[in-house]
Design a protein around this ligand. Structure first.
Ligand code: ATP
Ligand code: MG
Length: 366
């Protein structure tokens, strides 16, 4: 059995640096490693509609933004299949059948869905589609028989749910589906990058993001206005490093060589942290360093984006071709699923012959 990657993003906005360190950067490394037989990258528009049903235009507009972000970060359509979820109807069919294998109480226990419901103030008006999106995610992953799903930490409950569905399906019907493994970034700071407002997660829906496509001055403005330790009022005050987003970003983005080059008073990040905790190091100085580090990472991405923006129809063509290829793979899995579930009536000649015989001989059905 091959090694297959499936992962994706909701087109609810442009991609941000949280996506980049949490998942995107990793995908590109995996794509280029040559260790995987197939890489499928999905723009999850159908999932985005589960909590944006009344705003289809937002989802429609952001498909191309996400695709541009993918390409400018280095996803290569010659190696990875880039596709749009809604264009693969097989995924809906799979979801429908998997729904029979999951209980309502199991869905209610999903901690990510729970906190997202709270965040969106859905309370008693949770759309059924949103509530069941972990099942649809299981369909996305299993349709491609993915073995590996590179994601951020918030997606772990979805992978767990997928594994349960796979086990249940394979034990009730037949060994058709493949249990996936999640792949998290090694760097702890990248698991869940906080927002520039200090909130636990940078998220398109929370409006606290630095976007990959933000112009240079916008990135700088956001960094300079970033939340830090609110008790670190004077430069001499001791500062809190733990949970301080500026330091989490430095943990995520700074490299050992950055210090000699841009911050020569310090040899490594630990020295900077130590000085900040002790007192005597101002926020502005660290933010300026962070800005330099981040601009270094983002400027080639920005430049590549400008190139890709010159031929937008070509990008839709890439997504169309990718969707056609993805559909063929999903259709194959769906046909195996239907056979295992005994709903493949017309291709089952044994069934047709046996029924014919039964009626001819008047044998009562079992
Ligand atoms: P939305 O608010 O619409 O849910 P989002 O910002 O959470 O958007 P998704 O499209 O849901 O983004 O997530 C895509 C991928 O990026 C997932 O694998 C998720 O785990 C990862 N990811 C999202 N935000 C972060 C973050 N702040 N830090 C690390 N990884 C993240
Ligand atoms: Mg999300």
């Amino acid at each position: 059995m091959g090694k297959i990657i499936l992962t994706g993003d909701r087109p609810t906005g442009k991609l941000h640096v949280g996506h980049y360190v949490g998942s995107l950067k990793h995908r590109i490394k995996l794509q280029n490693s040559g260790d995987y037989d197939e890489t499928f990258i999905m723009i999850a528009d159908a999932q985005a509609l589960t909590d944006n049903a009344d705003n289809p235009e937002k989802v429609r507009q952001n498909i191309i933004e996400v695709a541009l972000d993918y390409l400018s970060c280095g996803l290569d359509p010659d190696i990875s299949t880039l596709f749009i979820q809604s264009q693969i109807p097989e995924l809906c069919e799979l979801s429908f059948y998997y729904m029979n294998l999951v209980t309502v109480s199991r869905l209610q226990r999903n901690p990510t869905v729970k906190s997202e419901i709270q965040m969106r103030n859905f309370e008693t008006s949770i759309p059924v589609g949103f509530f069941t999106y972990p099942i649809s995610q299981a369909a996305d992953i299993t349709a491609f028989k993915a073995t590996t799903v590179p994601v951020g930490e918030d997606q772990l409950p979805m992978i767990e749910q997928t594994k349960e569905i796979v086990r249940r399906f394979n034990s009730v019907y037949d060994e058709v589906l493949v249990e996936p493994d999640s792949l998290l970034p090694d760097n702890k700071a990248c698991l869940r990058l906080p927002g520039i407002d200090g909130k636990a997660k940078m998220s398109k829906s929370l409006n606290n993001c630095i976007y990959l496509s933000d112009p240079e001055d916008e990135v700088k403005k956001k960094i300079m206005g970033m939340y830090t330790d609110p008790n670190h009022i004077h430069v001499d005050d001791p500062g809190q490093v733990e949970g301080n987003p500026v330091f989490v970003y430095l943990d995520a983005f700074s490299k050992p060589e950055h210090f000699a080059e841009y911050f020569p008073d310090y040899q490594c990040l630990d020295e900077v942290k130590e000085h900040y905790s002790r007192g005597g190091l101002g926020d502005i100085k660290i933010k300026k360093f962070l800005n330099t580090v981040l601009q270094e990472e983002l400027s080639p991405i920005r430049a590549r984006r400008k190139e890709f923006e010159k031929d937008i129809p070509a990008i839709y063509e890439i997504l169309k071709k990718g969707s056609q290829k993805a559909e063929a793979v999903a259709a194959q899995t769906l046909s195996e699923v239907k056979r295992a579930m005994k709903i493949n009536y017309f291709e089952d000649q044994d069934l047709i012959q046996a029924q014919a015989k039964r009626f001819l001989e008047n044998i009562p059905s079992k």
